[in-house]
Design a protein around this ligand. Structure first.
Ligand SMILES: Cc1ncc(COP(=O)(O)O)c(C=O)c1O
Length: 425
C-alpha cells in the first residue's frame, strides 16, 4: 500500500481503492508541478475529463448510429452523431468516423480499407520522423504490407519531393502516408496529393500531431488534397485519447467497414462523448488563439535555443514541435532527457534523421509547446524555458544534481503561477 496522500476531490475512488486513488493524486501533482514539453501530450479541459468519465462507459453499441446490433441506443446514437457533425463542420470534410480506439488502429483501418496483405504501401521512415504505423518494419503495417519509406534530406532536414515522387512512381504503392511524429515543418499536402495522383495511390494525411493547429487555422488543412485524413484526438486537438478518420464521400463506405466490423467491436462511447466536447471547444474563437499561440511559443523557444547554440533539425520549426540534435552538446538524448526529468522538465529522447546512435539511445530530444500553452505561458516565458533546458543539458553532461534541483524549484514556481486546465489545485 502506498503512503501517498489521497485526493479529496476523488472521494468515491479514495474510499473504494485508496491505493489507486493515491496514484492518481500523485500523477495530478506531477502534471501540475512539471513543465511538460512532450509534443504529443496536452492538458484536456475539465469538461473533456468529465465527459470521458460518464455512464456512457456502460453501453455497448456495435455498429453505427441508426444501424446498431444492440438496443437502447436512444442517447448513444445522438452522442455519436453530435461528434461526427462537429468533426465535419470543424475540418470541412464530407465524412467522419469517430470510433477508432486510437491513432494506430485508425491507421490500420486505412490499410484494411485500401490494401491487401503483401501490397506495397509508402510512408516516412520512423527515424526520419514518420510513425511506426506508416509501414515501418517492426509494426504490423510493415510486416503485413511491403513498406517503402522516404525520408528528409541530410543537408536541410526537409522532405525531398523529387525523392518521394521517384519512389512512388517506381514502387506504385496502394497507399501513401504523409505526416509524422517528429516533423517540425509545415506539411505540403498539395505536393503529396500530386504525387499520389500520378502514382495512383490513396493519399492519407496523418495529422495526429497537428490536428489542433489545423482546426485553429495555424497549419494549412489537408482538405481538399488528401483522400483520407487520420488523426488522434489527444494531442494538439486537446481531446481524450482516441482517433478519427475523415474522408471524401467516395471513401466513406470502405473506411467505415474497416473500422467496424473489420477491426473493432463496440466503440468507447465515453470517449466519443469527450471527443464531441473537444471538437466543440476547438470550434470556439479562443481555440484559434490557442493554436496560434502554440506556434508562436514554439518559434520563440526555437529562436532562444538557437541563440544558446542548440542544433535544431531543419533549423527551427513551423509548428508545435522542435527536434534537437544534442551531439554538439556532447550529451546523448537519453541522458539529457533523464536529467531534465529530474529538473521537472518532461521531454522525450528521440532519433534525429541519419542518427548514428540506436533508437533506444539516440542523439536527440523532442520537445513541443501544446501543454505549456494550455497553461497560459506565452512567448515572454520562452527565454526562461530555453535557459532551463540549456542549464539542464549542461548539468546532464557534468553530473551536477544540485543545478537540476535548482531548476526544478524554479520550474515549480512558474507552474504554480499558471495552473493546468483540468487539474484541481
Ligand atoms: C503521426 C502519428 N500517427 C499515429 C499515432 C498513433 O497514435 P496512438 O498512440 O494513439 O496509437 C501517433 C502517436 O504518436 C502519431 O504521432
Amino acid at each position: 500500500m502506498t503512503s501517498l496522500p489521497l485526493p479529496a476531490h476523488h472521494p468515491a475512488l479514495s474510499a473504494s481503492d485508496p491505493e489507486l486513488a493515491a496514484l492518481v493524486g500523485a500523477e495530478e501533482r506531477l502534471q501540475a508541478e512539471t513543465l511538460r514539453l512532450i509534443p504529443s501530450e496536452n492538458y484536456v479541459s475539465h469538461a473533456v475529463l468529465e465527459a470521458s468519465g460518464t455512464v456512457l462507459q456502460n453501453k455497448y453499441s456495435e455498429g453505427y448510429a441508426g444501424r446498431r446490433y444492440y438496443e437502447g441506443q436512444q442517447n448513444i446514437d445522438q452522442v455519436e452523431r453530435l461528434a461526427i457533425g462537429r468533426a465535419k463542420a470543424l475540418f470541412g470534410v464530407d465524412h467522419a468516423n469517430v470510433q477508432p480506439y486510437s491513432g494506430s488502429p485508425a491507421n490500420l483501418a486505412v490499410y484494411l480499407a485500401f490494401a491487401e496483405p503483401g501490397d506495397t504501401v509508402m510512408g516516412m521512415a520512423l527515424p526520419m520522423g514518420g510513425h511506426l504505423t506508416h509501414g515501418w518494419g517492426v509494426s504490423a503495417t510493415g510486416t503485413w504490407f511491403r513498406g517503402v519509406q522516404y525520408g528528409v534530406r541530410h543537408d536541410t532536414g526537409l522532405i525531398d519531393f523529387d525523392e518521394v515522387r521517384d519512389l512512388a512512381l517506381k514502387e506504385r504503392p496502394k497507399v501513401i502516408f504523409c505526416g509524422g511524429t517528429a516533423l517540425p515543418r509545415t506539411i505540403d499536402f498539395a505536393a503529396f496529393a500530386e504525387i499520389a495522383r500520378e502514382a495512383g495511390a490513396v493519399l492519407v494525411a496523418d495529422v495526429a500531431h497537428i490536428a489542433g493547429l489545423i482546426a485553429g487555422g495555424a497549419h494549412p488543412s489537408p482538405v481538399p488534397h488528401a483522400d483520407v485524413i487520420s488523426t488522434t484526438t489527444h494531442k494538439t486537438l486537446r481531446g481524450p485519447r482516441g482517433a478519427m478518420l475523415m474522408c471524401r464521400e467516395q471513401y466513406a463506405k470502405p473506411l467505415d467497414k474497416a473500422v467496424f466490423p473489420g477491426l473493432q467491436g463496440g466503440p468507447h462511447n465515453q470517449t466519443t462523448a469527450a471527443i464531441a466536447v473537444a471538437l466543440h471547444e476547438a470550434g470556439l474563437p479562443s481555440f484559434r488563439d490557442y493554436a496560434h499561440a502554440v506556434v508562436a511559443n514554439a518559434r520563440a523557444l526555437a529562436d532562444a535555443l538557437l541563440a544558446r547554440g542548440f542544433d535544431l533539425v531543419s533549423g527551427g520549426t513551423d509548428n508545435h514541435l522542435i527536434l534537437m540534435d544534442l551531439t554538439p552538446k556532447d550529451v546523448p538524448g537519453k541522458v539529457a532527457a533523464k536529467a531534465l526529468d529530474r529538473a521537472g522538465i518532461v521531454v522525450n529522447y528521440n532519433t534525429v534523421p541519419y542518427d548514428p546512435r540506436k533508437p533506444f539511445d539516440p542523439s536527440g530530444i523532442r520537445i513541443g509547446t501544446p501543454s505549456l500553452t494550455s497553461r497560459g505561458l506565452g512567448t515572454q516565458h520562452m527565454a526562461a524555458v530555453a535557459d532551463w533546458i540549456d542549464r539542464g543539458v549542461t548539468a546532464a553532461r557534468t553530473g551536477d544534481e544540485a543545478a537540476l534541483a535548482t531548476i526544478r524549484a524554479e520550474v515549480a514556481d512558474l507552474m504554480a503561477a499558471h495552473p493546468a486546465p483540468g487539474i484541481p489545485v
